[in-house]
Design a protein around this ligand. Structure first.
Ligand code: SF4
Ligand code: SF4
Length: 129
């Protein structure tokens, strides 16, 4: 019995093809719960810094004065915390994998556009921040 099981295992390993994919040459498999990558839409960002303050890996840096938003994708663990907490809904998780970092820099940088004059006072006050 044991020998038959071993023979089946050997046969499967020899003739069954590789157990891994040749990503990125072959697309990665996606599952329903795949979180993929974090996507940021800078147009409506309020620079409130909640994403930065609540990110468990300090992957995001927001500079209000310079109006910049930056993420280090090497640090991001796609936990979704910033997505849940962003008051402007400008962060979301796409169920696709990022390109390999060799093809794309790990750091993503955005300069947040100035709001139109009539909304110049618009912003997100962050209590206790
Ligand atoms: S939490 Fe949302 S609105 Fe606030 S700085 Fe981050 S991305 Fe911008
Ligand atoms: S998904 Fe999680 S780890 Fe990634 S930037 Fe947002 S809070 Fe940080």
């Amino acid at each position: 019995m044991g020998l038959i099981t071993i023979a089946k295992t050997i046969s499967r390993n020899v003739f069954g093809g590789p157990a891994t994919r040749r990503y990125p040459a072959e697309p990665a498999k996606r599952y329903d719960l795949t979180r993929g990558r974090l996507v940021f839409e800078p147009e409506n960002c309020r620079l409130c810094r909640i994403c930065m303050l609540r990110c468990p890996t300090q992957a995001i840096v927001v500079e209000r004065k310079e109006r910049t938003w930056e993420i280090d994708h090497f640090r991001c663990i796609t936990c979704g915390n910033c997505v849940d907490l962003c008051p402007a809904n400008v962060l979301h998780l796409e169920p696709v994998y990022r390109e390999p970092e060799a093809d794309r820099p790990a750091k993503e940088f955005h300069r947040i556009p100035e709001p139109p004059p009539e909304n110049a006072d618009a912003g997100c006050e962050t209590p206790g921040v």
